[in-house]
Design a binder for this molecule. Structure first.
Ligand code: PLP
Length: 443
C-alpha cells in the first residue's frame, strides 16, 4: 500500500530497515519492539480523540478506548507493583514536566543528577524548561564514577529542594534508591525515580525496584522495556502516604494543565502489549541476558586495557573513558564506529576536561543487540572490534582552536573511511548481523 501511495517515504523506511539490519545498534536507549507492539501502534486507534480519563472523557465513542487504557493501567500497576499508573504521557520529557506541575510551584528548588554526569535534560538542565522554570541544583559523581551521595545530602540540606530526581541517562551503576529516599525524607522532598533506562531491568528482576523508596516513578516505555515510544507516571504507596492528593494532581498535570491534549490511543494500546510481554518469563531471561552481555563486554574491554567510567557496569550500559589517550576523542570513536557499522554516542566523562560538544567518552549498551539474540560470544567479538577501532583513533588530537575543529574532523572522516581495518570490521559485522536478524522487520 505505502509503496504505491508514497514511494519516497516507503523507500526511506526500507533504507532505514536496511541500515538497522546491517549494523549493531548499541545506543543504550534504543531497542526493537515486537511485531505485536508495532501492530497496535499502526492501528486505527490513532484516529480517536479521547481527552480525559476512562469513564470521564470529553468526547463520545470511547467505550473501547476506555477498556484499552484500563488494561494498560492495570498491567503497569501489576508489573511494577504500584497503586496508580498514568499511561497517557506522550513521552519521557512531557511525563517529567507533568510531575513538576503536579508537585512544584514555579521558582521552587529542584535537584537532579547533572546532565554532564549522566543525568537527563529534564532533571533541571539550564537549557531545558526544567532549568528555566525552577531553581535547579545538580549533584554529580565522585572521581571513581559513582554517585557522590555525600554531595547529594549536603546540597539537599543546603538548598531544601521540593523534589529530588534519581535515575539517569548515562549512569552504568545501580541507582541507590534507599540512600536517596533517606536524603529526601531528611529534607522533606518528594523523591522521584526516573527509571526510563532501567525499567525493563526492574521488570525483569535484575535491578532493584524504587517502589518502596520513591514517592513517584516515571519511565519511558521504549528503552529496555521494549515498547513503543511513550511514558508512564506511577505513584507508590509511599507517595500516597506523603500526599493523599497526589493522584489527582498528577492526573490534572498530564491533562488538562500540562503540555498535552488527547492521549495517543494507538500508543496506549502498544504500551499495554509491551507490558504484557514484560510479564512473560521470557522477558526475565531477556533482561538477565542484557546485563550479562554488558558485563561481559565490560570485562573484555578492561582486559584489553580500555578504561571504563566506574570500572564496569551493573546494568545495560557502559561508558568508555578515552581521556587516557587525550581530550575530546568521543566524536572520533563514534564516527569511526559508525563507519564500521556500530552505532553509539559520544558522552562526557566525570571531571570532563573537554567540552560537552567534544566529550572524552563514548556511551554504548546491549538492549537492542540482546533482542537480536546476541550473547557472550558475540560480546567478545564486539570488544575486539572496539579495541581495534580505538587503536585507529587514539592518536587523533582535537585542535584547541575551535575554528579548526570542523576542518580537522572533516579530514579525519575522509581518512578513516579508507582504512583497511574499518572495511574488514564492516564486513565481519555484515556477516554477524545476517546470523542475528531483527525479529520484527518488514513494512
Ligand atoms: C532518564 C531519562 N528520562 C527521560 C527521558 C526523556 O524521554 P523522551 O526522549 O521520550 O522524551 C530520557 C530519554 O533519553 C531519559 O533517558
Amino acid at each position: 500500500m505505502l509503496e504505491k501511495s508514497d514511494p519516497e517515504i516507503y523507500k526511506l523506511i526500507e533504507l532505514e530497515e536496511e541500515r538497522q539490519s546491517h549494523t549493531l545498534e548499541m545506543i543504550p536507549s534504543e531497542n526493537y519492539p515486537s511485531k505485536a507492539v508495532l501492530e497496535a501502534l499502526g492501528s486505527i486507534l490513532t484516529s480517536k480523540y479521547s481527552e480525559g480519563y476512562p469513564g470521564k472523557r470529553y468526547y463520545a465513542g470511547n467505550q473501547f478506548i476506555d477498556e484499552i487504557e484500563k488494561l494498560a493501567i492495570e498491567r503497569a500497576k501489576k508489573l511494577f507493583g504500584v497503586p496508580y499508573a498514568n499511561v497517557q504521557p506522550y513521552s519521557g520529557s512531557p511525563a517529567n514536566l507533568a510531575v513538576y506541575l503536579a508537585v512544584c510551584d514555579f521558582g521552587q528548588t529542584i535537584m537532579g543528577q547533572d546532565l554532564l554526569a549522566g543525568g537527563h535534560l529534564t532533571h533541571g538542565w539550564k537549557a531545558n524548561l526544567s532549568g528555566k522554570l525552577f531553581k535547579s541544583v545538580s549533584y554529580s559523581l565522585n572521581e571513581d564514577g559513582y554517585l557522590n551521595l555525600e554531595e547529594v545530602r549536603d546540597l539537599a540540606k543546603k538548598y531544601l529542594p521540593k523534589l529530588i530526581w534519581c535515575g539517569g541517562t548515562a549512569y552504568p551503576r545501580e541507582i541507590p534508591f534507599k540512600e536517596f529516599a533517606e536524603i529526601a525524607e531528611e529534607v522533606g522532598a518528594y523523591l522521584v525515580a526516573d527509571i526510563s533506562h532501567i525499567a525493563g531491568l526492574i521488570a525483569g528482576g535484575v535491578h532493584q525496584s524504587p517502589v518502596f523508596f520513591a514517592d513517584i516513578i516515571t519511565t519511558t516505555t521504549h528503552k529496555t522495556l521494549r515498547g513503543p515510544r511513550g511514558a508512564i507516571i506511577m505513584v507508590t504507596e509511599k507517595g500516597l502516604r506523603k500526599d493523599p492528593e497526589i493522584i489527582k494532581k498528577i492526573e490534572k498535570a498530564v491533562f488538562p494543565s500540562g503540555c498535552q491534549g488527547g492521549p495517543h490511543n494507538n500508543q496506549t494500546a502498544a504500551i499495554a502489549v509491551a507490558l504484557k510481554e514484560a510479564m512473560e518469563p521470557e522477558f526475565r531471561n531477556y533482561a538477565r541476558q542484557v546485563v550479562t552481555n554488558a558485563k561481559i563486554l565490560a570485562e573484555e574491554l578492561k582486559k584489553r586495557g580500555i578504561k571504563l567510567v566506574s570500572g564496569g557496569t551493573d546494568n545495560h550500559l557502559l561508558l568508555i573513558d578515552l581521556s587516557p589517550f587525550g581530550k575530546g576523542l568521543g566524536i572520533f570513536l563514534q564516527d569511526a564506529l559508525e563507519l564500521a557499522g556500530i552505532t553509539t554516542n559520544k558522552n562526557t566523562v566525570p571531571q570532563e576536561k573537554s567540552s560537552p560538544f567534544y566529550p572524552s567518552g563514548l556511551r554504548l549498551g546491549t538492549p537492542a543487540i540482546t533482542t537480536r539474540g546476541m550473547k557472550e560470544e558475540e560480546m567478545r567479538k564486539i570488544a575486539s572490534w572496539l579495541e581495534a577501532i580505538i587503536r585507529e583513533i587514539k592518536d587523533c588530537s582535537l585542535p584547541e582552536e575551535k575554528e579548526r575543529r570542523k576542518e580537522y574532523l572533516e579530514e579525519f572522516r575522509k581518512d578513516i573511511r579508507n582504512r583497511e581495518v574499518i572495511y574488514k570490521i564492516k564486513e565481519e559485522i555484515l556477516n554477524l548481523t545476517e546470523d542475528f536478524p531483527i525479529p520484527n522487520l518488514g513494512i
